[in-house]
Design a protein around this ligand. Structure first.
Ligand code: AKG
Ligand code: FE2
Length: 196
Protein backbone atom coordinates (compact mmCIF):
# COMPACT_ATOMS: atom_id res chain seq x y z
CA UNK A 1 0.00 0.00 0.00
CA UNK A 2 2.81 2.39 0.87
CA UNK A 3 4.59 1.70 -2.43
CA UNK A 4 1.54 2.36 -4.58
CA UNK A 5 0.76 5.50 -2.59
CA UNK A 6 4.34 6.66 -3.12
CA UNK A 7 4.00 6.05 -6.86
CA UNK A 8 0.71 7.98 -7.00
CA UNK A 9 2.41 10.86 -5.15
CA UNK A 10 5.32 10.91 -7.59
CA UNK A 11 2.89 11.05 -10.52
CA UNK A 12 0.99 13.93 -8.90
CA UNK A 13 4.27 15.77 -8.26
CA UNK A 14 5.29 15.30 -11.91
CA UNK A 15 1.88 16.66 -12.94
CA UNK A 16 2.41 19.68 -10.66
CA UNK A 17 5.79 20.27 -12.35
CA UNK A 18 4.09 20.03 -15.75
CA UNK A 19 1.53 22.61 -14.68
CA UNK A 20 4.36 24.76 -13.27
CA UNK A 21 2.74 24.97 -9.86
CA UNK A 22 4.47 25.27 -6.52
CA UNK A 23 4.91 23.64 -4.11
CA UNK A 24 5.15 20.46 -6.12
CA UNK A 25 3.47 18.48 -3.31
CA UNK A 26 0.32 20.61 -3.45
CA UNK A 27 -1.65 17.57 -4.72
CA UNK A 28 0.37 14.69 -3.28
CA UNK A 29 0.15 16.06 0.26
CA UNK A 30 -3.57 15.24 0.21
CA UNK A 31 -2.73 11.54 -0.23
CA UNK A 32 0.01 11.74 2.41
CA UNK A 33 -2.37 13.31 4.93
CA UNK A 34 -3.18 10.99 7.85
CA UNK A 35 -6.85 11.59 7.14
CA UNK A 36 -6.56 10.82 3.42
CA UNK A 37 -9.69 8.97 2.28
CA UNK A 38 -7.93 6.45 0.05
CA UNK A 39 -9.08 2.92 -0.77
CA UNK A 40 -7.52 -0.19 -2.22
CA UNK A 41 -9.87 -2.46 -4.17
CA UNK A 42 -9.49 -5.83 -5.83
CA UNK A 43 -11.97 -6.64 -8.61
CA UNK A 44 -12.53 -10.15 -9.94
CA UNK A 45 -14.43 -10.73 -13.18
CA UNK A 46 -15.13 -14.41 -13.86
CA UNK A 47 -15.11 -15.42 -17.54
CA UNK A 48 -18.48 -14.93 -19.20
CA UNK A 49 -19.46 -16.68 -22.40
CA UNK A 50 -20.78 -14.63 -25.29
CA UNK A 51 -24.23 -13.15 -24.89
CA UNK A 52 -26.61 -11.60 -27.35
CA UNK A 53 -25.70 -7.88 -27.54
CA UNK A 54 -28.52 -5.79 -26.11
CA UNK A 55 -27.58 -2.38 -27.39
CA UNK A 56 -25.03 -3.24 -30.01
CA UNK A 57 -22.15 -1.43 -28.34
CA UNK A 58 -20.54 -4.18 -26.30
CA UNK A 59 -19.88 -6.76 -29.05
CA UNK A 60 -21.70 -9.44 -27.12
CA UNK A 61 -19.51 -9.16 -24.03
CA UNK A 62 -21.20 -8.80 -20.66
CA UNK A 63 -20.53 -5.58 -18.80
CA UNK A 64 -18.30 -6.43 -15.84
CA UNK A 65 -18.15 -2.91 -14.41
CA UNK A 66 -20.43 -0.24 -15.83
CA UNK A 67 -19.19 3.03 -17.29
CA UNK A 68 -18.13 5.66 -14.78
CA UNK A 69 -15.43 8.12 -13.84
CA UNK A 70 -13.44 7.66 -10.64
CA UNK A 71 -14.42 10.36 -8.15
CA UNK A 72 -11.13 10.60 -6.21
CA UNK A 73 -7.92 12.42 -7.20
CA UNK A 74 -6.00 9.64 -8.89
CA UNK A 75 -6.33 5.87 -9.44
CA UNK A 76 -3.48 3.45 -10.01
CA UNK A 77 -4.56 0.16 -11.54
CA UNK A 78 -2.74 -3.06 -12.20
CA UNK A 79 -4.37 -6.12 -13.71
CA UNK A 80 -3.56 -9.62 -14.81
CA UNK A 81 -3.05 -10.37 -18.48
CA UNK A 82 -6.76 -10.29 -19.34
CA UNK A 83 -8.41 -7.67 -21.52
CA UNK A 84 -11.64 -5.94 -20.60
CA UNK A 85 -10.85 -2.37 -19.59
CA UNK A 86 -12.06 0.25 -22.05
CA UNK A 87 -12.00 4.04 -22.09
CA UNK A 88 -14.48 6.34 -23.75
CA UNK A 89 -13.23 8.81 -26.34
CA UNK A 90 -14.69 12.30 -26.85
CA UNK A 91 -16.85 11.02 -29.70
CA UNK A 92 -18.42 8.44 -27.38
CA UNK A 93 -16.67 5.41 -28.91
CA UNK A 94 -14.95 2.87 -26.67
CA UNK A 95 -11.36 1.71 -27.06
CA UNK A 96 -9.70 -1.17 -25.26
CA UNK A 97 -6.72 -0.70 -23.00
CA UNK A 98 -4.28 -3.48 -23.93
CA UNK A 99 -3.80 -5.82 -20.96
CA UNK A 100 -0.28 -5.66 -19.57
CA UNK A 101 0.47 -7.07 -16.16
CA UNK A 102 3.82 -5.23 -16.09
CA UNK A 103 2.31 -1.77 -16.44
CA UNK A 104 0.17 0.50 -14.34
CA UNK A 105 -2.87 2.25 -15.72
CA UNK A 106 -3.32 5.73 -14.26
CA UNK A 107 -6.70 7.40 -14.17
CA UNK A 108 -7.37 11.05 -13.39
CA UNK A 109 -10.26 11.34 -10.94
CA UNK A 110 -13.05 13.95 -10.90
CA UNK A 111 -11.41 15.75 -7.98
CA UNK A 112 -8.19 16.26 -9.94
CA UNK A 113 -10.22 17.58 -12.86
CA UNK A 114 -11.68 20.22 -10.55
CA UNK A 115 -8.37 21.02 -8.83
CA UNK A 116 -6.75 21.60 -12.22
CA UNK A 117 -9.82 23.56 -13.41
CA UNK A 118 -10.37 21.08 -16.23
CA UNK A 119 -6.79 20.88 -17.51
CA UNK A 120 -6.68 17.19 -16.63
CA UNK A 121 -9.92 15.34 -17.36
CA UNK A 122 -11.39 12.30 -15.65
CA UNK A 123 -12.05 9.82 -18.42
CA UNK A 124 -15.07 7.53 -18.50
CA UNK A 125 -14.12 3.86 -18.42
CA UNK A 126 -15.79 0.47 -18.06
CA UNK A 127 -14.90 -3.21 -17.98
CA UNK A 128 -16.27 -5.87 -20.33
CA UNK A 129 -16.09 -9.45 -19.14
CA UNK A 130 -13.67 -11.64 -20.98
CA UNK A 131 -15.16 -14.71 -22.64
CA UNK A 132 -12.34 -17.10 -21.79
CA UNK A 133 -10.29 -15.80 -18.90
CA UNK A 134 -10.94 -14.26 -15.51
CA UNK A 135 -9.79 -10.69 -15.07
CA UNK A 136 -8.36 -9.54 -11.77
CA UNK A 137 -7.50 -5.92 -11.13
CA UNK A 138 -6.09 -4.12 -8.12
CA UNK A 139 -6.67 -0.41 -7.80
CA UNK A 140 -5.44 2.21 -5.39
CA UNK A 141 -7.81 5.19 -5.28
CA UNK A 142 -6.05 8.20 -3.79
CA UNK A 143 -8.54 10.55 -2.18
CA UNK A 144 -8.25 13.66 0.00
CA UNK A 145 -9.41 14.00 3.63
CA UNK A 146 -13.23 14.16 3.89
CA UNK A 147 -13.19 17.80 5.01
CA UNK A 148 -10.89 18.94 2.17
CA UNK A 149 -12.26 21.71 -0.04
CA UNK A 150 -12.13 20.66 -3.67
CA UNK A 151 -11.56 23.72 -5.83
CA UNK A 152 -9.13 24.84 -8.54
CA UNK A 153 -5.65 25.35 -7.10
CA UNK A 154 -5.09 29.10 -6.51
CA UNK A 155 -1.68 28.87 -8.20
CA UNK A 156 -3.44 27.83 -11.44
CA UNK A 157 -5.88 30.70 -11.41
CA UNK A 158 -3.71 33.41 -12.90
CA UNK A 159 -5.00 36.55 -14.59
CA UNK A 160 -8.74 36.59 -15.21
CA UNK A 161 -9.19 32.83 -15.07
CA UNK A 162 -12.53 31.82 -13.61
CA UNK A 163 -13.23 28.65 -11.72
CA UNK A 164 -15.42 26.29 -13.74
CA UNK A 165 -16.75 24.75 -10.53
CA UNK A 166 -18.56 25.67 -7.35
CA UNK A 167 -16.59 24.84 -4.24
CA UNK A 168 -17.42 21.61 -2.40
CA UNK A 169 -15.83 19.28 0.11
CA UNK A 170 -14.77 15.74 -0.69
CA UNK A 171 -17.42 14.59 1.81
CA UNK A 172 -20.14 16.39 -0.19
CA UNK A 173 -18.90 14.94 -3.47
CA UNK A 174 -18.72 11.44 -2.03
CA UNK A 175 -22.29 11.75 -0.75
CA UNK A 176 -23.40 12.89 -4.19
CA UNK A 177 -21.56 9.91 -5.75
CA UNK A 178 -23.30 7.45 -3.41
CA UNK A 179 -26.68 8.95 -4.18
CA UNK A 180 -26.30 8.91 -7.95
CA UNK A 181 -26.13 6.18 -10.55
CA UNK A 182 -22.68 4.80 -11.38
CA UNK A 183 -22.74 6.24 -14.91
CA UNK A 184 -23.99 9.67 -13.86
CA UNK A 185 -21.93 12.77 -14.60
CA UNK A 186 -21.76 13.97 -11.01
CA UNK A 187 -19.53 16.93 -11.71
CA UNK A 188 -22.38 18.56 -13.59
CA UNK A 189 -24.00 19.41 -10.22
CA UNK A 190 -20.90 21.39 -9.28
CA UNK A 191 -20.27 23.17 -12.57
CA UNK A 192 -20.77 26.92 -12.69
CA UNK A 193 -23.19 28.08 -15.32
CA UNK A 194 -21.30 30.40 -17.65
CA UNK A 195 -22.73 33.92 -17.57
CA UNK A 196 -23.89 34.99 -21.02
O1 AKG B 1 -11.31 -3.56 -12.87
C1 AKG B 1 -10.92 -2.72 -13.68
O2 AKG B 1 -10.15 -2.96 -14.57
C2 AKG B 1 -11.41 -1.30 -13.54
C3 AKG B 1 -12.35 -1.13 -12.39
C4 AKG B 1 -12.71 0.28 -12.13
O3 AKG B 1 -12.78 1.09 -13.00
C5 AKG B 1 -12.97 0.69 -10.74
O4 AKG B 1 -12.93 -0.16 -9.83
O5 AKG B 1 -13.21 1.90 -10.53
FE1 FE2 C 1 -12.97 3.08 -12.23
Amino acid sequence: MNSVKKMACEILETMADGLKIQPRNVLSKLLMDEESDSVFRVNHYPPCPEVQPLNGNSNGNMIGFGEHTDPQIISVLRSNNTSGLQISLRDGSWISVPPDHNSFFINVGDSLQVMTNGRFRSVKHRVLSNREKARVSMIYFGGPPLSEKIAPLPSLMRGDQQSLYKEFTWFEYKRCAFNSRLAANRLIHFEKIAAS
